[in-house]
Write a protein that binds this ligand. Structure first.
Ligand code: HEM
Length: 175
């Protein structure tokens, strides 16, 4: 949620305008989830020898799926995959804007619709759509006129090599 708020604040000076277009707000959340997957990698141990991406692997190998890198694959997400672009259209038909952030296959996150909501389609009704908890939390914060704190700056979490925020001060009305 904090990553999404930071991306929105960096992308627009008028974040509360997103309240007029909640489907776009959800796309902002999904685009941020793509850029900042909570688990940057997924580990697998093969149960039997198999070939993955032209490489033979055995039960003695650890297979690391780099979700962070996959989510920035230009073949899937376009020429500027590092950029935050909630209007991005994804070229590969089976891929959502949030990429592999919720995993894939039989072990795909069972909480994805709860937290991420359902991805919108061109005919989606914005009044009955399932936006997901992260989007709804940010919507509520924006309704309370959340804005970046005027004097306190966000700090990264230095206790981890992962890309996380340690503190992210905001304020809710003009100082
Ligand atoms: C933004 C929030 C979340 C993210 C980014 C996320 C991400 C993921 C990822 C990447 C996996 C797959 C791990 C793998 O393949 O090794 C996973 C699995 C899982 N997630 Fe989530 N998750 C989120 C929220 C939730 C919530 C809210 C719940 C439950 C209410 C949940 C329940 C699960 C379960 C049970 C699995 C294991 C599924 C299985 O192994 O069959 N997750 N999640």
């Amino acid at each position: 949620m904090v990553h999404a708020v930071n991306e929105i604040f960096s992308w627009t000076d008028n974040p509360t305008d997103l309240l007029k277009d909640p489907l776009l707000l959800q796309k902002c959340v999904h685009e941020s989830m793509r850029l900042h997957p909570a688990s940057p990698v997924a580990w697998r141990t093969p149960t039997e020898p198999l070939t993955v991406a032209s490489q033979d692997v055995t039960p003695d190998d650890l297979l690391i799926l780099d979700l962070h890198a996959a989510n920035r694959d230009p073949d899937i997400f376009g020429d500027d995959p590092e950029k935050f672009d909630p209007y991005r259209s994804v070229t590969y038909v089976k891929t959502e804007l949030y990429g592999l952030t919720f995993g894939a296959g039989v072990h795909m996150c069972t909480g994805r619709d709860l937290d991420g909501g359902v991805a919108s389609r061109p005919n989606t009704d914005k009044n009955t759509h399932q936006y997901g908890i992260v989007c709804m939390l940010i919507k509520t914060l924006l309704e309370h006129k959340m804005m970046p704190h005027k004097s306190k700056k966000p700090q990264p979490d230095l206790s981890t090599v992962r890309n996380s925020w340690g503190t992210y001060p905001v304020q809710f009305e003009q100082a």
